[in-house]
Design a protein around this ligand. Structure first.
Ligand SMILES: [Zn+2]
Length: 259
């Protein structure tokens, strides 16, 4: 079986798409992905929609729920996330390109990441990043203390509205929009519950609307649907994540360059 590309390659890949020098500890870029998605022409902006906890097996199991996702961003990039597959651990690796032992978050804790991140790399090169996330989310905490804008919102709907508003205003070069309903749902139900499946639909609807906003700007923008880790169902029947198993570790991202 072919080994999956590590999530740690994404950070330098996103930088390469923008022509930005990657952060200090970032793993090397996935050049095949960069070339395929950009066709060798840099993008001016990146919008990353980060829906929490969508694993590759869920994308395959509920393929019909990913039709709008694939229509918005058809390029599927399969990767292996980092261990342990917990939200702050994975997002720290996604945006530093470094393994947990290097960025320092190795369990479910939300300290500010002290090593070089993509946000620092962007700022050094005069680019403007911003993060839109809910109050208690990992993404609202771990990349603080940078000279950038942080938008704190109530939940997914508000994150999506704020994200779309910021895309229309056009003042950011790298925008992160976080959604969490699927992860929240699986912890008090399970990965295939009615509530969880509805959350997947909400992710798809939100991503589609974000895609439409990006398309309407006319600016050359890389749009990504980028989850952090997958999920599985425990013997006690609730959903969970944190194990070194394919259901938790294998993730699918979706990308497209607009305009
Ligand atoms: Zn998560």
């Amino acid at each position: 079986m072919q080994e999956l590309t590590s999530l740690t390659t994404l950070c330098a890949s996103l930088c390469k798409c923008m022509g930005v020098e990657p952060p200090e500890h970032a793993d090397k870029a996935n050049d095949a992905f960069v070339n395929d998605i950009t066709g060798g022409k840099l993008v001016d902006k990146v919008v990353m929609y980060n829906p929490d906890a969508v694993g590759t097996w869920i994308v395959n199991k509920f393929a019909e729920k990913f039709v709008p996702v694939r229509e918005t961003a058809p390029y599927e990039l399969k990767m292996r996330t980092v261990f342990p597959p917990k939200t702050p651990v994975c997002f720290a690796s996604m945006y530093t390109g470094a393994l947990p032992a290097v960025h320092g978050i190795q369990k479910y804790v939300k300290p500010v990441v002290k090593i070089d991140t993509i946000f620092d790399a962007l700022l050094r090169q005069g680019k403007k990043p911003a993060i839109v996330a809910s109050k208690n989310s990992s993404l609202n905490h771990i990349f603080r203390e940078r000279e950038m804008d942080y938008y704190v919102v109530a939940y997914d709907k508000e994150a999506t509205e704020k994200g779309i508003e910021l895309i229309k205003e056009g003042k950011y070069d790298f925008l992160v929009i976080y959604n969490q309903e699927y992860d929240d749902s699986i912890h008090f139900t399970h990965p295939k519950s009615w509530k969880a499946k509805r959350a997947l639909d909400h992710y798809a609807e939100n991503f589609k609307r974000i895609g439409e906003a990006v398309a309407a700007t006319g600016e050359r923008t890389l749009l990504g649907y980028g989850p952090d880790h997958g999920v599985h169902r425990e013997w006690y029947l609730l959903g969970n994540h944190g194990k070194d198993i394919p259901k938790d570790m294998e993730i699918s991202h979706f990308y497209r360059v607009y305009n």
